[in-house]
Design a protein around this ligand. Structure first.
Ligand code: SAM
Ligand code: SF4
Length: 340
C-alpha cells in the first residue's frame, strides 16, 4: 500500500466553494467517564467488529490528507482508551514530517494523559483540548460520575510538562458549575491555558432532564464581563468558537454556541465516526459510508472517489439556517448533533 502523500494536495471543495481542510475522527464510542450531559450511566456501545481497525483509520485519514486535509483531530468517546491508539498517532505523525499535514491534535478527558502526554508530543502532537467542568473534586465526581479529579489534574499537568499547548473545554451548566466559571477563567489564565466554554447540546439519551442544565453562553459572558475585560479577537478556526482575550489574565477565552451562531459560511470540516461513517455537517443527518469502499479493495482509489462524492453533498448549513433563508424547501429538523 502506498501511503506517500504529495505536499500541498489540491483541496476538496464543496458545492459552496468551501475547501475542506479539517477532519475530526472519532476512534471509539467508549469512555472511562460518564459525564451527565453526554452519556447515561448504563451505556451500550458498538460491537468491536463494527469499528474500523487502527490501520483502517490511518488509511481513511491519509486519504483525506492526500486530498488536502491539513488538520486532524482525534476524538471519541475517549480516544485514549482505545487500545494501542498511540500507534495511530505515531503513524499519522508521518504526514507532519512530509509537510502534508499542519496539525495532528486530540480532544481528551485527561484521565490517561499522565501515561501518554510524552508519547503524544513525540508523535508530533503540539496541542491538546482537555475537558474539565469543575475545579472542585466532589463536583467533578458528580458531573463525570466515575471521574477522579486528582487523576485528571495530574493529566493536565503532565500535558503542560510535556510541552503540549493546553486548551480547556468547559461545558457551562446552570446550577451545576455556573458559580465557578470566573475561577476557571482565572485558573486557566494563570496556567497559560486557553479556555473554551460550551453550551449543553441535545445529543442522545442521558438520564436526566437536559433543559434544566441549559445555560446560554450570552449570560455566561455577561456575568464574566462584570469581573473581566473580554476583548473580541478575530476568528481563524472556521468553527463555531468565538474568541476573546481576557485583559486581566492575558489568556484566550472562547465561547462555542453551535446552535445559535451562523458559522456555516466558513465551515471547513467534516467528521468521521469510528465505524467509518462520514458526516458532512454537524447539524444534519446526511452521511456517507466510507467503510464499504475502504474494505472493497486494498488500494485507496474507491475510497478517494467516495470521499469526493461525499464532499460534493456537503450541505450549505444547519437546517435552521437553510429554513431561515428559504434557500430550499424546509427539511426535517434534526436536533441531535453527530460526532464528539
Ligand atoms: N472524551 C473526550 C472529552 O471529554 O474531551 C472527547 C469526546 S467529548 C464528546 C468532546 C467534547 O464534547 C467534550 O468537551 C464534552 O464536554 C463535549 N460534550 C459532550 N456532550 C455534550 C453535550 N451534550 N453538550 C455540549 N457539549 C458536550
Ligand atoms: Fe466521556 Fe468525553 Fe462524553 Fe465525558 S464528554 S462521557 S469524557 S466522551
Amino acid at each position: 500500500m502506498n501511503h506517500s502523500v504529495p505536499v500541498q494536495a489540491a483541496p476538496l471543495v464543496d458545492p459552496f466553494g468551501r475547501a475542506v481542510r479539517y477532519l475530526r475522527v472519532s476512534v471509539t464510542d467508549r469512555c472511562d467517564l460518564r459525564c451527565v450531559y453526554c452519556m447515561s450511566e448504563d451505556m451500550s456501545f458498538l460491537p468491536k467488529k463494527d469499528l474500523l481497525s487502527l490501520e483502517e483509520l490511518d488509511r481513511v485519514c491519509s486519504a483525506f490528507v492526500a486530498q488536502g486535509v491539513r488538520k486532524l483531530r482525534i476524538t471519541g468517546g475517549e480516544p485514549l482508551v482505545r487500545r494501542n491508539v498511540m500507534s495511530l498517532f505515531e503513524s499519522l505523525g508521518r504526514h507532519l514530517k512530509t509537510g502534508a499535514l499542519d496539525e495532528l491534535t486530540l480532544t481528551s478527558n485527561g484521565t490517561n494523559l499522565v501515561k501518554f502526554a510524552d508519547d503524544l508530543k513525540r508523535a508530533g502532537v503540539r496541542r491538546v483540548n482537555i475537558s474539565l467542568d469543575s475545579l472542585d473534586p466532589a463536583r467533578f465526581k458528580k458531573i463525570t460520575r466515575w471521574g477522579d479529579h486528582a487523576q485528571v489534574m495530574d493529566g493536565i499537568r503532565a500535558a503542560k510538562a510535556a510541552g503540549l499547548k493546553v486548551k480547556i473545554n468547559t461545558v457551562a451548566m446552570k446550577g451545576v458549575n455556573e458559580d465557578e466559571l470566573e475561577n476557571l477563567v482565572a485558573w486557566c489564565g494563570a496556567e497559560g491555558f486557553d479556555l473554551v466554554f460550551i453550551e449543553t447540546m441535545p445529543l442522545g439519551d442521558i438520564d436526566g432532564d437536559r433543559t434544566q442544565q441549559y445555560l446560554p453562553l450570552s449570560m455566561v459572558r455577561a456575568n464574566l464581563e462584570r469581573r473581566f475585560t473580554l476583548n473580541p479577537i478575530p476568528d481563524t478556526t472556521g468553527g463555531p468558537a468565538r474568541y476573546t482575550r481576557c485583559a486581566e489574565t492575558g489568556g484566550r477565552v472562547g465561547f462555542i454556541t453551535p446552535m445559535t451562531h451562523n458559522f456555516c459560511e466558513s465551515c471547513n470540516r467534516v467528521r468521521l465516526t469510528c465505524t467509518g461513517t462520514l458526516y458532512m455537517c454537524l447539524g444534519q443527518e446526511d452521511a456517507a459510508d466510507l467503510r464499504t469502499p475502504l474494505r472493497a479493495s486494498a488500494d485507496d482509489a474507491l475510497l478517494a472517489t467516495a470521499i469526493k462524492e461525499a464532499i460534493s453533498r456537503k450541505p450549505k448549513g444547519h437546517d435552521f439556517i437553510i429554513d431561515r433563508r428559504n434557500n430550499r424547501p424546509a427539511v426535517a429538523r434534526h436536533m441531535s448533533v453527530t460526532g464528539g
